[in-house]
Design a protein around this ligand. Sequence first.
Ligand SMILES: Cc1cc2nc3c(=O)[nH]c(=O)nc-3n(C[C@H](O)[C@H](O)[C@H](O)COP(=O)(O)OP(=O)(O)OC[C@H]3O[C@@H](n4cnc5c(N)ncnc54)[C@H](O)[C@@H]3O)c2cc1C
Length: 400
Amino acid sequence: MTVDYDAIIIGAGACGLMCAAQAGLLGKKTLTLERNDKPGAKILISGGGRCNYTNFNTSLDNFVSQNPKFLKGIFAQWTVEDTVSFFETFGGVQPQEKTLGQLFPTSNKAKDIVSTFTKVLFDTRQDLWLNTLVLAIEKTIEGSYSVTVDRNGKKETLITSKVVLASGGLPVHKLGASDFALRIARQFEMEVLPTAPALVPLTITGKDAAWYASLSGNSVFARVYNEKISFEENILFTHWGLSGPAILQISSYWKPGEIFTMDLLPKFDLQTILKEERSRGGKRTVGQILNDYFTKKMVDAMGEFLPNNLKIASLSKVDANLVVETIHKFKVKAAGDKGYDKAEVMRGGISTEELHPKTLESKKNPGLYFGGEAVDITGWLGGYNFQWAWAAGFAIAQDI
Ligand SMILES: Cc1cc2nc3c(=O)[nH]c(=O)nc-3n(C[C@H](O)[C@H](O)[C@H](O)COP(=O)(O)OP(=O)(O)OC[C@H]3O[C@@H](n4cnc5c(N)ncnc54)[C@H](O)[C@@H]3O)c2cc1C
């Protein structure tokens, strides 16, 4: 059946909803197809149900991609201020800044973000079909696209000239995630870069596993770094390894087999602390000094590597170095990650080389657009992924 829409949008997630809303505001008419029984499933649970919907500090540096500069053309069209103003104007959402430029609705309710979209879609008469799984997209002889769907158990084929692939990436299958956009990109001979879970906890196995597990529940403010990047935020020990914001951040820059480093006391210089203690007579032990900065559980666990019972006065240079190096340069060899069901995003995906930098239309396949997580643009933790998804939705809406 040929349908009379400016475009069919696949996925009522962050990118698809923004695309439909912006198209509506431009007087265009879209149909959005969503496999779930409600729109914005991932938005609703994002940021612990509070939705960190953008970040004041957004710049190209906050994204992992083979070509982060690609974002320039998109972010020139849609800024953080545009995000704030859109949700304020159409949903009455007031922003509040939490840590590190992260913006959340003052209401702390992610559903206020989703209801902004449902309101705009309703007001601008956009169509949204829920419980509709898109099965296939084919090019027709006339140069249009046929979109085959399973709608409430019934198969239908829709013909349209423009299709927006906003069906997201692989993380969290139970929220509707699928490889659909990647599959379609490959089918249409577009390059798809290898994908991996990102913003994901890391696991520790083997002889170190019990040590990490013994610290389960302990959180430490740390600087986590490798030769490419450094993050200062909390880490969290768990019974299977490491989590917490700094670990999620470094995970986007980590590959199996690589070692990264944690400075467990980034705001202090332990070398100086030990020197000062020595000049006061050095009566306190290593354990007592560490107790000033860490939980007892952590100090006890450190006792496995460090001479906790030695007084600073009797600490050899080698031992002092061991203490300083262990605390400031703690090496981590993670075994793996917790996988797509625990990842906040996917890295890799459709190569930006395949897309027009202003419109996100496929260079090889006019009429096919790709935005959001399926594209090789991965934001840091902190609202950057939504900023990319909103901006992509806006840019596509201008062109369909
Ligand atoms: C637990 C968690 C918390 C997060 N918190 C934040 C946060 O606070 N801030 C932030 O910036 N980012 C956050 N993210 C990341 C953010 O949710 C994603 O980057 C963003 O949703 C990607 O937008 P998208 O439109 O590309 O995909 P999605 O929002 O995932 O939308 C894709 C939609 O397409 C639908 N779909 C897939 N395949 C088909 C098909 N074949 N047919 C029909 N429909 C289909 C899916 O059901 C889904 O609704 C979080 C992610 C997770 C998992």
